[in-house]
Design a protein around this ligand. Structure first.
Ligand code: ADP
Ligand code: MG
Length: 374
C-alpha cells in the first residue's frame, strides 16, 4: 500500500509475528523487568518521610519497613534509584534491544507499571509540558522520544527502504478509542483472525519518516487524551494508552516476497495499579475500578500462566481483557517485553509499592514463548 507521510490508512495493531522462537532462543528472557524508584516529591519531603527502599548493587532492592519490620530483598534485571537521569534509565533499561529486534521483524513492547504518581508517564515521555506549545527539555525526554531517535538513527544505516507508521489508542473502561482520529470519537472493536492475530478494526496508522513527524503524532494523541470529556476526573491515570510503531521492511529479493518483515514497537502507559477503595467505588467509578483491576489482573494472570511449566501454552487467556489481547503477540509470541516497574520510595506508599514489587518479580520469571492463539 502506497501512503505518503502524514496520510493515514487502516492497520492492524496485532500483526502476528513470524515464527521467531528459534531466532532469539537463548539470547534473552522474554520479559525483562527494570525497577525505577522516583525521587521523593515535595509533599513527601514536607511530611519528612523517609525512604524505605535501598539499592544494594545494580540488580537488588532491599525494602526495610520502618519500625523494625522484616527486611525483604527483590531482584530485577536492573534497579534504578531516584538519582538516575532519563538518559541513564534509557541506557540501563535495555530498550535499545527492543528497537533492534523490532527492526528485525519482532513484536516488542515496553510498558510502565505502578500506582498513580509513581513515575510511569514521566519514564515514558518526561514531565508534562508547562504550557501550550511548550516542549519537554531534551535532557528530560523519556524512553519513547529516545527510542524514536534511536530507531530513526538505526534505519539510516540500513540499506533498504523501511516504511514506518504509528497508531495510538486508549483503553478506557474496556473500550478502545483511536487517539489519532480527528472525527467524533467512537469505540473500535478488537478482532482476531489467523493471519493478523488480534487487531483493532479501523484503527488509524499514520506514516512518518522523521523525528518531528512522529513527535507530532505523540503530542496530538497526548492532547486528545488529556482533553477528552471523561478526562475531567483524571481519566488518564485510569486508562491504558498504547503507542505503536509499525515497521515494514521489504524483501531484499523481490523473488522472495515472504522475506518481508513486519516488526512492532509498542509503548504502553498502564492505568494506575492502586486498589480503589470500595467505599469510593460507586457507579461509574466502580465500573472503572473493576475494569482496571480486570485488565491488570488478566495481564498478571497471563504472565503467571506463561511461567507455569505445566500450563498448556495454547490456553493462555489473552481474551480476558482488551489489554491482554493487544499485548498477546509480544507476551507469548516472540520479541521481548520490557516492564518498567515504577515505585515511590516513601514509607506511606509501601503497601502499594510491595504490590508492584511482587507483580514485577513474578513477571520476570516467564521463560517460554508460545505463540498466541485466538
Ligand atoms: P504516573 O504516570 O505514574 O501517575 P507521573 O509520571 O505523572 O506518575 O509522575 C508523578 C509526578 O512525579 C509528576 O509530576 C512527575 O513529573 C514527577 N516525577 C515522576 N518521576 C520523576 C523522576 N524520576 N524525577 C523527577 N520527577 C519525577
Ligand atoms: Mg500517568
Amino acid at each position: 500500500m502506497e501512503v505518503r507521510n502524514g496520510e493515514t490508512f487502516q492497520c492492524s495493531i496485532g500483526n502476528l509475528p513470524q515464527t521467531l522462537g528459534e531466532r532469539t532462543k537463548g539470547m534473552e528472557t522474554p520479559i525483562q523487568v527494570v525497577l525505577r524508584i522516583r525521587p521523593m516529591n515535595q509533599a513527601e519531603l514536607r511530611r519528612g518521610e523517609q525512604s524505605v527502599l535501598h539499592c544494594s548493587g545494580p540488580r537488588t532492592l532491599r525494602v526495610s519497613p520502618l519500625g523494625g519490620g522484616r527486611e525483604v530483598a527483590f531482584h530485577f534485571s536492573m534497579v534504578l534509584d531516584g538519582a538516575r537521569t532519563q538518559d541513564e534509565v534509557f541506557q540501563g533499561s535495555g530498550v535499545q534491544r527492543l528497537v533492534e529486534l523490532a527492526l528485525q521483524g519482532f513484536s516488542c513492547t515496553a510498558f510502565t507499571f505502578g500506582q498513580t504518581g509513581s513515575g510511569k508517564t514521566y519514564t515514558l515521555t518526561g514531565p508534562p509540558p508547562q504550557g501550550e506549545g511548550e516542549t519537554v527539555p531534551s535532557s528530560l525526554t523519556g524512553l519513547m522520544q529516545r527510542s524514536f531517535a534511536c530507531l530513526l538513527d538505526k534505519i539510516q544505516h540500513v540499506g533498504t527502504p523501511i516504511t514506518l507508521s504509528a497508531s495510538y489508542l486508549e483503553i478506557y473502561n474496556e473500550q478502545v478509542r483511536d487517539l489519532l482520529s480527528r472525527g467524533p470519537h467512537h469505540y473500535l472493536p478488537v478482532r482476531w483472525n489467523k493471519t493478523r492475530g488480534f487487531y483493532v478494526e479501523k484503527l488509524k496508522a499514520v506514516k512518518f519518516g522523521t523525528f518531528e513527524e512522529v513527535m507530532k503524532l505523540l503530542l496530538e494523541g497526548l492532547r486528545r487524551r488529556r482533553s477528552s470529556a471523561h478526562n475531567l476526573n483524571e481519566v488518564s491515570s485510569r486508562s491504558h494508552a498504547l503507542f505503536t510503531i509499525h515497521i515494514q521492511c521489504p524483501a531484499v529479493s523481490p523473488s522472495r516476497p515472504k522475506e518481508q518483515t513486519f516488526g512492532k514497537l509498542c509503548f504502553v502507559d498502564l492505568a494506575g495499579s492502586e486498589k480503589v477503595a470500595a467505599t469510593r467505588s460507586r457507579g461509574e467509578l466502580m465500573l472503572e475500578a473493576s475494569n482496571i483491576n480486570r485488565s491488570l489482573l488478566a495481564l498478571g494472570h497471563c504472565i503467571s500462566l506463561l511461567l507455569d511449566p505445566r500450563q498448556k501454552k495454547n490456553h493462555i487467556p489473552y481474551r480476558d481483557s482488551k489489554l491482554t489481547r493487544l499485548l498477546a503477540d509480544s507476551l507469548g509470541g516472540s520479541g521481548i517485553t520490557l516492564m518498567v516497574a515504577c515505585v515511590s520510595p516513601s514509607a506511606q506508599s509501601l503497601p502499594e509499592t510491595l504490590n508492584t514489587l511482587r507483580y514485577a518479580s513474578r513477571a520476570q520469571r516467564v521463560t517460554t514463548r508460545p505463540m498466541p492463539k485466538g
